[in-house]
Design a protein around this ligand. Structure first.
Ligand code: NAP
Length: 242
């Protein structure tokens, strides 16, 4: 029987690339999206061409009830959940003094609470089966910190702490929890960077280029599917940036 993956924020960027990669490996694929319904329709067409069993669920990850429902719908549709990828996230580039309470609460609830809700809902399904794998998407800024991205960096550091703790909690149940910390990846998240910013970031990256969303998808797949004795780890997929 095919395995099933649920990817939050699968409408575009890293999440969509991960959905396509898992589909290519024969998984049943469920994604959540929030606002990008058009992008989801294109993805649906691509999945249909490959006959991939594909479920899309509109879900704001900052709402625990919606996340629970997305997991429930995935299990009801495909009969289980083997891999949960907590990928949905937003960026925020502001000085701390310009960061409002709403900015802070908004990024915290999407980037960190969203991952917590996703992990909790997946755990409830996976523990009775004594198997499963969770991959959370952090960032290199969660390891090093980034100037003018204090709130973003804090959420991404939080994901690393959450991942390590949950790996210890779920190891005895046979469930692995890891995270990927991407470097600078060519997605819409970075659309507001200037050509000068891109040049500087490439210059700081030993491999001399930005990463591609599919390259992060491969790292996610490795941790989720192949790395059977790996848990509680942070895989930096960053071209050598840190
Ligand atoms: P992206 O192209 O901006 O895509 C973000 C995804 O998250 C979209 O699918 C979006 O859905 C979803 N999303 C945002 N807010 C949401 C919410 N409240 N509820 C549900 N879904 C929500 O970004 P990306 O570059 O692929 O980033 C994916 C992940 O990688 C993020 O966690 C990001 O922090 C992390 N990351 C990215 C980079 C990079 O350089 N790109 C580097 C390190 C880490 P809708 O469009 O449907 O709203």
């Amino acid at each position: 029987m095919s395995k099933t993956v649920l990817i939050t924020g699968g409408s575009r960027g890293i999440g969509a690339a991960t959905a396509i990669y898992f589909a290519g490996k024969g998984y049943n694929v469920a994604i959540t999206y929030n606002k990008s319904a058009d992008a989801v329709n294109s993805l649906k067409e691509a999945m249909a061409l490959n006959n991939t069993p594909f479920l899309t669920v509109r879900c704001d990850v900052s709402d625990p009830a919606q996340v629970d429902l997305a997991v429930e719908q995935t299990v009801n549709t495909f009969g289980g959940l083997d891999v949960m990828v907590n990928n949905a996230g937003i960026a925020l580039q502001k000085l701390i003094t310009d960061t409002t309470n709403d900015d802070w609460q908004g990024i915290l609830s999407t980037n960190l609470s969203g991952v917590f809700y996703g992990c909790r809902a997946a755990t409830r399904v996976m523990v009775p089966k004594h198997k499963g794998s969770i991959v959370n998407i952090s960032s290199i800024w969660g390891i090093t910190g980034a100037s003018m991205e204090v709130a973003y960096s804090a959420t991404k550091s939080g994901i690393i702490g959450l991942t390590k703790a949950l790996a210890k909690e779920l190891g005895p149940s046979g469930i692995r929890v890891n995270c990927v910390a991407p470097g600078v990846i060519d997605t819409e998240m970075n659309k507001n960077l200037t050509p000068e910013d891109f040049a500087a970031l490439k210059n700081e990256t030993p491999l001399g280029r930005l990463g591609k969303a599919e390259e992060i998808a491969r790292s996610v797949y490795f941790l989720a599917n192949d790395a059977e004795f790996v848990t509680g780890q942070v895989l930096s997929a960053d071209g050598g940036f840190i």
